[in-house]
Ligand binder design. Structure first.
Ligand SMILES: [Zn+2]
Length: 135
């Protein structure tokens, strides 16, 4: 890891630990803050969080269920990031994403699996874009 990457990691860590503290404080005040991918979050509720807080909520869910969702810290963060990208698009009312998520949820009988499907779709696109940028 070079210096710039280390600094970025540090910033990310700080952002996440700040968001975690904020969520814990709100919980102490009686807020019930939980993300569950099998239920569609209320758009106003979801969008009321900052990006780091959304990442914390998604990560907590996966940690709690004990499912395998990434080989290392970086992989798990990426997984949570893709959840957030999909949920953000749904909450912002992007029709194409909503339609695809509904369709895949019905197909798999599982909204969480459908999110993973969409995430693979998005990450595939990103991978192609990055490859094109390199050439
Ligand atoms: Zn997941």
């Amino acid at each position: 890891m070079n210096k710039k990457e280390k600094e970025l990691h540090h910033l990310l860590d700080e952002g996440l630990s700040f968001a975690k503290k904020k969520i814990e404080t709100e919980r102490k005040l009686g807020e019930k803050l939980e993300y569950n991918p099998s239920k569609e979050p209320d758009p106003g509720w979801w969008l009321s969080f900052e990006e780091f807080e959304r990442l914390v909520l998604v990560t907590e869910y996966h940690d709690k269920t004990g499912e395998e969702y990434g080989q290392d810290e970086g992989g798990r963060r990426l997984h949570a990031t893709f959840h957030c990208i999909v949920e953000n698009q749904i909450s912002e009312g992007i029709e194409e994403t909503k339609r695809l998520l509904t369709k895949k949820s019905q197909e798999f009988g599982n909204r969480h699996e459908a999110i993973h499907y969409l995430a693979r779709d998005i990450s595939g696109d990103m991978f192609l874009t990055m490859q094109q940028m390199e050439t």
